[in-house]
Design a protein around this ligand. Structure first.
Ligand code: NAD
Length: 415
């Protein structure tokens, strides 16, 4: 998050909305800081017998509306500041979709791409043990994010259960289904993006059937969103990874593309398509743009080049505040991250509920409930945006902060 410090960027957006909503100072002061921040430096034995010391974080931004909830990122560049920003976005996201959680985030500064499975398992188990003083089903529930997956969640669940002495599936979500994961969770964030794209397209009078879509990324969120959008009849014209992108205005065959990436390590060089850069992908003529990779992709320098009619933010914080203004002026409908990618935390909530009740739902039931939550949240944000004459991001922040402020008021936190 380069244009400004990442947490400060979220705080300045919160501040602007607090001014507009006239919320009490106590609420603003609490949201401008994170409630709890844990930094851990811990040793991991590597396969070659050496020992490395890794740094990890677990940050709980706010738990007024319920236990803290948020993913775990493994990435070489992740910092405490970025973890704070992502935790704050989770507080807002859980409030926008109105599920009974606060916001948290965890991270370890490491490069999972160059670590073996055994090294990753040892790192995850030691990290879990270090943060076990903060997490728990009633307190703070981790989930996957960049660089982590259901296997990592299984190791977290197993280590936490070993510490407590009995099996506690509800300590983490995004687990494999065999140990209490939910059907539909793996693709839930992508499904939420697809549903958001459908709702935005409908609002703009575009039919998903035949709409052109450019997707940045090919990870969990990007791939699931692309596949589900293709299933709705969209033409996926471009996809990328960290090395670059591939573009075919007639549409890409997703299955062959994924196989090609598995074989070669990148989408670059895919047959019957043109190589493009990530910057070129963002500026392609298309109906729907789904940035679903990393933060800070749509910035002041390239925002005016965007030709999509709507942007559905699969990634967290892909657009900077400076870019937001340009997009609003140009009439691009941005479905903000805290709404568009909330499908993951919504189905994580369903997973937690199922674990606590030890009663599991069918995939149809999960998808049906997700659709209801996304539909209601989108329309509540749209209605706020029209009533307050603000863009969808500011409307989502207003809806979220109003809910958090009301919860603080009800709990009697204000003097
Ligand atoms: P992932 O690790 O599965 O995928 C990340 C993708 O980003 C990969 O395709 C990678 O090639 C691409 N990428 C990395 N660096 C890039 C660069 N410099 N330029 C272009 N592409 C690059 O991660 P994910 O879980 O799919 O998460 C993607 C985004 O979605 C993140 O912002 C994450 O915080 C957000 N998110 C994830 C979830 C979830 O449930 N996984 C939920 C909500 C939000």
């Amino acid at each position: 998050m380069s244009e400004t410090n990442a947490f400060q960027m979220v705080v300045s957006r919160i501040d602007a909305v607090c001014d507009r909503l006239n919320v009490k100072d106590a609420c603003r002061l609490r949201l401008e800081r994170c409630e709890r921040e844990l930094i851990v430096n811990f040793p991991v034995k590597m396969d070659d017998g050496t020992v490395k010391v890794f740094t990890g974080f677990r940050v709980q931004h706010n738990d007024t509306r319920g236990p803290a909830k948020g993913g775990t990122r493994y990435h070489p560049d992740v910092t405490l500041d970025e973890t704070r920003a992502l935790a704050a976005l989770m507080t807002l996201k859980t409030a926008v979709v109105n599920i009974p959680y606060g916001g948290a985030k965890g991270a370890v500064t490491c490069n999972p791409k160059v670590m073996s499975q055994n090294e990753l398992e040892r790192l995850t188990r030691r990290y879990t043990s270090e943060i076990s003083i903060l997490i728990g089903p009633e307190r703070d529930i981790p989930a996957p994010d960049i660089g982590t997956n259901p296997q990592v969640m299984a190791w977290i669940m197993d280590t936490y259960s070993m510490i407590k002495g009995y099996t506690i599936p509800a300590v983490v979500t995004g687990k494999p289904i065999t140990i209490g994961g939910s059907k539909g969770r793996f693709e839930a964030t992508g499904r939420g993006c697809m549903l958001s794209a459908g709702l935005a397209a409908n609002h703009l009078g575009i039919s998903l059937n035949g709409a052109t879509v450019a997707v940045q990324g090919i990870g969990n969120v990007a791939y699931c969103a692309a596949r589900l959008l293709a299933g709705e009849g969209c033409r996926i014209i471009a996809i990328s990874d960290s090395k670059g992108g591939t573009y075919n205005p007639k549409g890409l065959d997703l299955e062959s593309l994924v196989n090609y990436k598995k074989e070669t390590g990148s989408v670059v060089g895919f047959k019957d398509a043109e190589n493009i850069t990530n910057t070129e992908l963002l500026a392609l003529p298309c109906d729907i743009l789904v940035p679903a990779a990393i933060e800070d992709q749509i910035v002041k320098a390239n925002a005016a080049d965007i030709k999509a009619r709507t942007i559905v933010e699969g990634a967290n914080a892909p657009t900077t505040p400076e870019a937001d203004e340009i997009l609003s002026d140009n009439g691009v409908l941005v479905v903000p991250d805290i709404l568009a990618n909330a499908g993951g935390v919504v189905v994580s909530y369903f997973e937690w509920v199922q674990d606590l009740q030890a009663f599991f739902w069918s995939e149809d039931e999960v998808n049906r409930q997700l659709e209801t939550v996304m539909h209601n949240a989108f329309h509540e944000v749209l209605e706020m945006s029209q009533r307050q004459k603000v863009n969808m991001r500011n409307a989502a922040y207003m809806l979220a902060i109003k809910r958090i402020a009301d919860a603080m008021e009800a709990r009697g936190i204000f003097p």
